[in-house]
Unconditional design. Sequence first.
Length: 211
Amino acid sequence: MKHLLYTGWLLITNTWRYIRYFKIFRIDWMLYHFYKLRYSYKQFMAEKKESQRPTHELTYGETPYVTIDAIFKHIPHTEFNTFYDLGCGKGRVVFYVNARYKLKSIGVDVIPTFITVASKIASVKNIKGVQFILKDFLKLDLKRKAIVLVCPTCLDKPTIASLFKRLETLPKDSIVITNSVPIQSNTIECTHTLEEPFSWGRSLVYIHKII
């Protein structure tokens, strides 16, 4: 019952966002329709195994729009033109950040169906400024100043270490958002710590700046 109430509350928080950004409602409906009716858990597990990444590191969870908005209140997002979601899943946050904050939004994931479906929706709906890349984010070149979101909650310690090392290559003044695990680095400073809702419950969020 507690889980249902929490899920219901998250859905309610989307109401005004759907009214203001109706295309987000349509995208969410298309994603729900596909993954509810045409994509099985068995397929998901098969794609996880084929990714050559430990399957537990690919545990699926979502960042609600209300949490994205809470985070962006602490970010000078008008100073940026690019947003990355590393481990973007179905791509909901990518579409939302593009629609609300007018940023070029790039989603990266190793699950082929996630990338294929999101890319097709972007094409069918003629949505400009979004891109979805099928790639391990540990192999992604991060050369442009950007806002980067990544959720390392389920990652192993060696993976987290490799990820944080790669994030250190971001240009100065880039912003990195993590949950559960803050970045420990001499060149990355934690500027804000929040506690915000996620699909699995509340979690600490860390906002960092490349110095």
